[in-house]
Design a protein around this ligand. Structure first.
Ligand SMILES: [Cu+2]
Length: 117
């Protein structure tokens, strides 16, 4: 009886172990299949250029302020602060976690849309 259970436990652990290996292996191959990309958004003339960007989760976006006035980046919905205040010539890099619209906390008419397909 105890031998039966120990054999059964061995078989179960082999099956579970194999399933875990398959899941981890497929996840790793997906990760290895693509490289994170850095996208640059120039802030100029009170606009984010480009105003709309197709990105993938894990990519980074660098906002570069080329205006002479400060700008920043906040979450359009939550109004949570994403970047530091960017003085002229300063930049800030952010890692994409989802599709979102951003805006400038000082100038809410400035919008930046990051689209994750
Ligand atoms: Cu601004």
């Amino acid at each position: 009886m105890s031998k039966y259970y120990s054999n059964r436990q061995i078989i179960l652990s082999i099956i579970i172990g194999s399933m875990c290996a398959i899941i981890v292996g497929s996840g790793m191959s997906l990760e290895m299949g693509r490289k994170a990309v850095n996208h640059q958004v120039i802030i100029t003339g009170f606009k984010f250029v480009p105003e709309e960007l197709k990105v993938s989760i894990g990519d980074t976006v660098t906002w570069i302020n080329e205006d002479i006035v400060p700008h920043n980046v906040i979450n359009n919905k939550s109004k949570g602060v994403v970047s530091t205040d960017l003085l002229s010539g300063e930049k800030y890099t952010f890692m994409v976690k989802s599709s979102l619209t951003y805006e400038c906390g000082f100038h809410p008419s400035m919008k930046e849309k990051l689209l994750v397909p």
